[in-house]
Design a protein around this ligand. Sequence first.
Ligand code: ATP
Ligand code: MG
Length: 420
Amino acid sequence: MSCMSQASDKTTAMWVLRRLRSAGFEALFAGGCVRDMLMARPCSDYDIATSATPQDVRKLFPHVLLVGAQFGVAMVIRNRRKVEVATFRSDLSYSDGRRPDGVKFSTAREDALRRDFTINGMFYDPVARQVIDYVGGRDDLRAGVIRTIGRPQERFSEDYLRLIRAVRFAVRLDFKMEEQTAAAIRKFAPKISAVSGERIFEELSKMLALPSAADAMAMLRETGLAEHVLPELFSMAPVASGAGETAGAWAAAAGRLALTARRRDAILNFAAMLCGLDARTIGRIVRRWGASNDIKDALIWIAENRGRWQTAADEPLCEFKRLLADENFGRLRAIWAAEEKTRTGRGAKARLIARRIAAIPQDEIAPPPLITGADLIEMGLTEGPRLGKILRRLYDAQLNGEISTRRQATERAKSLIEAK
Ligand code: ATP
Ligand code: MG
């Protein structure tokens, strides 16, 4: 979930690179942007690798964030663009599953060798217009192959997050997994549990923003990673299945995802995966991932309202409008459509729901209340649950179109107060 205004553009990256070079340092484009350029794909982040240390970088540029100085990473900011500038380094081990225990500043060549896959391990010199490839990345890019740099067993053991990254790149680029790389992934799959939830969440977020997100989940399953990344979708007893639903929570999740993925909305796609689980379980997963409360609330709200695709078209107007007013309604609707489609093979309810939505003017979805709590207190009520209840019933009446003026609201309030 990257923020466009902060992405680095090529012009800014070139400016940073030239300035490093005129100060006497080596500087190259590195990693993902080289891969993307060679594939003629759009690239959002131009990362620079350099012989300059973060301290050198800080002296050279007016705006620098030392985001990971101990790992050799500095962020240069110019005109609200940020460029990651990383010192050539070799990583020491990742014993906590979060970050390397330390780094050793080194050469471009060693910096290439510490990277994960050959296609991610190239540099580009934009001045000489030359690719610098110590790892055979160009050949693998041409052949469409994901291959670890060095022996797969070693490289995955250093950092098991690479297991998921391999899947992500294979799916995103539609590449094949090199045989030994694939075998090592299957072998080490259970080890993904050792990686921090935050890092897993970041990879999953990127995967689920792909139009091919469903393929990514399928490959997580085939490689044996899925059951360790989302054990909650495997531990449950198979649900009594409706028509079209094969047994098991994972299969149901994958089925929904296949129908929502092309929207490239990671949160919607997380919802497609998790909405069959109860709120507590979702809360626990989100906490493990270190994701925000907003995401947790969205996922739980969608899960709790998932089943209403069957009734929404016939529910009281006030209830329907409350759903509509939620910022996640668009996502819920996509989940409803997926649920209906996988269970019935059609979209009859979805059409009724669409018709009902179309009949509601935008300004009648969540209008300002005709009458407030302060009004009720003036009418003699005291604050408390009864007041809240009456207020809700008044607003229901308003949403239902039973009352539409302040006078009507006041009258209705009086009769509600008298009714006890
Ligand atoms: P994306 O477009 O998805 O951001 P990317 O290649 O830029 O793809 P990043 O996660 O941003 O991927 O990482 C940037 C580069 O850093 C990678 O291309 C790779 O060279 C290196 N890298 C990232 N994570 C790892 C890792 N866990 N182990 C080894 N090298 C890594
Ligand atoms: Mg990147």
